[in-house]
Write a protein that binds this ligand. Sequence first.
Ligand SMILES: [Zn+2]
Length: 492
Amino acid sequence: MVDEVGRDGADGGYETVIGLEVHAQLLTESKMYCGCSAQYADAPPNTLVCIVCGGFPGALPALNQAAIEAGILTGLALNCDIPAFCKLDRKNYFYPDLPKGYQISQFDLPLAVNGHLDFVSGGAQRRVGITRVHIEEDTGRLVHRTDASGVEVSLVDLNRSGVPLMEIVGEPDLRSPEEARDYLMALRQILRYVGVSTSNMEEGAFRCDANVSVRERGCPLGAKVEVKNMNSFRAVERALRFEVIRQIDILGSGGRVDQETRGWVEDRGLTVSQRTKEQAHDYRYFPEPDLPPLVISPEMVSTLRARLPEMPGHRRTRLAERYGIGELEAALLTAEREVADLYETVAATDGTDRARQAANWILNDLTGLQRARGLPVERLPLTAQQLQDLLDALDAGKLTGRAAKELLPQIGEGEAVLTAAANLNLLVLDEEDVIRGAVVETMEALPAAVNDYRAGKTAAIGRLIGETIRRTGGRASPDQVRRVLEEELSGQ
Ligand SMILES: [Zn+2]
């Protein structure tokens, strides 16, 4: 029995070969071939359906321009060629949640081909070839439940039917389950940067099927096993590790791995056989007669290319170099495009100090508050302007560090930082009289410290400063308190 698979996926002379196919839902307003809303998450069942996505005979599809653009943008972000000509094809099969009896997809002439994705895994730079990116449509959903009379029923909800989907097929260049996970995370990050998909795995907006095979080093590839039903990055890694070990065990005991489709069962931690090659689908693809082929002009490609943002890998390196922050910090700050944008807006205003300061505040205080509030990862609790004002107030001595941390969670949406600080009495006191009053009170309250100081133990001033600040509710600046204290202590 093999217990562990090495980072390179090799164990006992075996080599692991993994290729991934990802389906990502596209962030368009309407569906792929009709005008129905594609935002189906909270809609009551079957309320976002028309004759097209409902599969009525004779209904004519119309292509969603935004979905085509999203597919091309993705292809460009993944370094693909965009062929000047592509077409749509019917993929025929029966399933109760597929009312037409076919999906409109792309078969032999996809939107984008021949690209690659560079990513980091286990500290090493890796590259996976991208075979193709094509567009298609999602199916409806089956809801299984027990009705009032105790009968088990399956209901069809067609709200998801026709939602724009993009398939990204990678080359079998991955050599371990960890690498597969890191590739998926890098791909997801790119789709989010380009803004074409939320790529939320738990909500089904980013789904992955894996082809896994194991071979003895130097031997031809073994039978491919397709693994499905993985709903998180962790599930992908666990399912692949299970599958690699299962195949090595079979080969090691002289057996033969069958070509089949297996489903990952999360709570049991194993894959089970779903379909063998003999039962494999023949989709009988043919060109979609109701939609014209697409001619993609070089002008369209260059216009879209100009819309691409800086890619996360490049941005990570640039931020580390330009702002003098560590690689880990740069990786965390560029995890989401919106956070990186906010960081750069604040960091670019001044020298390295502001860049470091902004990185610390974002990675510690703002992210902490974001988690506490349950905000989405791309939405920090402050705007760039608010963070900038907060740091300016700190630098100008209008806020103490302590007051700034106390203020942060109380800044309202769109509220001016200084207004919020003033309303909460958190601004540094600059009325000399008030501070002098607090100093005198402190000296009366701590005569021993006063005597110590006057006897030459000057370190005692620390206690007096701390107590004075406490008496002002943390609003006096330590420098000003020290100055007034020194005056009062030497004045007698
Ligand atoms: Zn529709």
